[in-house]
Design a protein around this ligand. Sequence first.
Ligand code: FE2
Length: 216
Amino acid sequence: MAIVLPKLPYDLDALEPHMSKQTLDFHYGKHHKTYVDKANKLLEDSELKDAPLEEIVMRASGTLFNNAAQVWNHNFFWNCLAPAPAKPDKAVQAALSKAFGSFDAFMDQFSENAVSLFGSGWTWLVRDSDGSLEIVKTSNAASPLTDHRQPLLVCDVWEHAYYIDHRNDRLRYLQNYWQLVNWDFVAANFGDAPAPRRGRATRATRATHAPHRGVH
Ligand code: FE2
């Protein structure tokens, strides 16, 4: 079962002006596609070659893990974005307010986590096996899945996600990111059952709760 590059859920220019067609063209058409191609090449001689993508992420290591996890992370990331998305529904707002103090505080803490991530990686909203919500960062290709945490929302914090549009201004990337968050997708993820408890975090780094930065 080859890993496939899923079709983007919108046109390449659909996220403008917050994310340019050129960024989508490179990010999806070059970076994401390369992870798919490399993972498939590595799977040719792997016992995991017939496994579903999520199982490969859970069981692989080394270069195969890096490429397969990057495929999964990007598949999830594209679904976290939408042109002209609806506002978050009341249940999602209430859950985030309860966990982080207020909905604005959640956005501030998530942005701070992304802006402060050193190097390349991802900032996630996850649900732990006990149902609690956390903002965590992962480096490079690392995924909350391997820590048995359920991803609810993610932001790609690799430079390739924002350098064409914003150069080194990661905070401005985050400001534009919030204009595109697909809250319907997040709400659907909230509706899914939390991951079963099988272990605690090893790859993910807990967020530092920083002062509000007014990024929305
Ligand atoms: Fe990316």
